[in-house]
Write a protein that binds this ligand. Structure first.
Ligand SMILES: *[C@@H]1O[C@H](CO)[C@@H](O)[C@H](O)[C@H]1NC(C)=O
Ligand SMILES: *[C@@H]1O[C@H](CO)[C@@H](O)[C@H](O)[C@H]1NC(C)=O
Ligand SMILES: *[C@@H]1O[C@H](CO)[C@@H](O)[C@H](O)[C@H]1NC(C)=O
Length: 237
């Protein structure tokens, strides 16, 4: 009897994984202008998510914001944004300026980029800066996006933030991690780190390839288990 239930459970799980809530493939770009026709080409190649940079160390990224608008014009169904911040500058001002430049454009998720760039060596100070950035971003929830998440890699997180308590603060938020293993499974290559100690959770995006030439442009490739529509185990939400 138990064995029969087990077989049914496996069949149902397989069915829901293959018929609803598939992995969504996406691209992201920084310092690259992508036209509406290039986004149509990307969409034709199966990339339904675009993540554009809206803020960088020097301030708002107007060409990244134009990319998001071009993606939306092309019919790309899921658009996200990211901010590549300077930890040497005021967190609130950077977020406010990027969102002011984004204007009335709505994205599903804003990602805060924790990656080598303009961070200092003091991990406690970095942690405090990231929390300030987070609070600044939270002001625009449901105005410019539905969720705020963290973009990083295991190495970047450990070097910039380390194993401080901040991981525990952020673990429940969406995570976009870099692991360039060319595997389109959102969870393939996942390693626990920081406060994300509970395996590959529902709200995960995996960057699996870097600097790929496609549709006349150069982008990074991503596999999303989540862009705001389902849990990772195939259950629709
Ligand atoms: C950042 O700027 C805001 C707005 O001008 C200000 O209220 C805040 O105190 C500043 N934060 C820091 C750490 O300087
Ligand atoms: C690191 O930053 C924290 C928070 O700003 C500060 O209290 C501490 O003194 C700094 N440590 C060093 C070694 O500079
Ligand atoms: C799938 O995940 C959701 C949300 O975490 C959970 O409620 C549900 O029980 C899970 N379903 C299976 C079959 O594991």
């Amino acid at each position: 009897m138990y064995r029969v239930f087990g077989v049914i459970a496996i069949v149902l799980t397989t069915f829901s994984t293959s018929c609803s809530g598939q992995t969504v493939l996406g691209v992201d770009a920084a310092a690259t202008s992508i036209s509406t026709s290039q986004f149509q080409c990307l969409l034709n190649n199966g990339y339904k998510l675009f993540v554009g940079r809206i803020g960088q160390i020097s301030g708002p990224d107007t060409s990244g914001i134009q990319n998001i608008r071009n993606a939306q014009s092309a019919g790309v169904p899921y658009t996200h944004a990211f901010i590549f911040p300077s930890a040497q500058q005021n967190a609130t001002v950077q977020v406010d300026n990027a969102i002011a430049a984004l204007g009335s454009t709505y994205v599903k998720v804003l990602w805060l980029d924790v990656e080598k760039g303009d961070w200092g060596s003091n991990k406690t100070a970095n942690e405090q800066f990231l929390i300030q950035l987070w609070h600044a971003a939270a002001k625009y929830l449901y105005i410019n996006y539905d969720r705020v998440g963290i973009y990083t890699s295991v190495n970047n997180w450990n070097q910039i933030i380390g194993t401080n308590s901040v991981g525990d603060y952020f673990y429940q938020f969406p995570i976009w991690y870099v692991y360039a293993n060319s595997n389109v499974d959102p969870c393939n290559g996942w390693l626990n780190f920081g406060g994300w100690l509970y395996g590959c959770l529902d709200e995960v995006v995996h960057k699996y390839a870097i600097n790929v030439n496609i549709c006349g442009t150069t982008v990074d490739l991503n596999a999303a288990a989540w862009v705001g529509w389902r849990t990772n185990n195939g259950t629709s939400v």
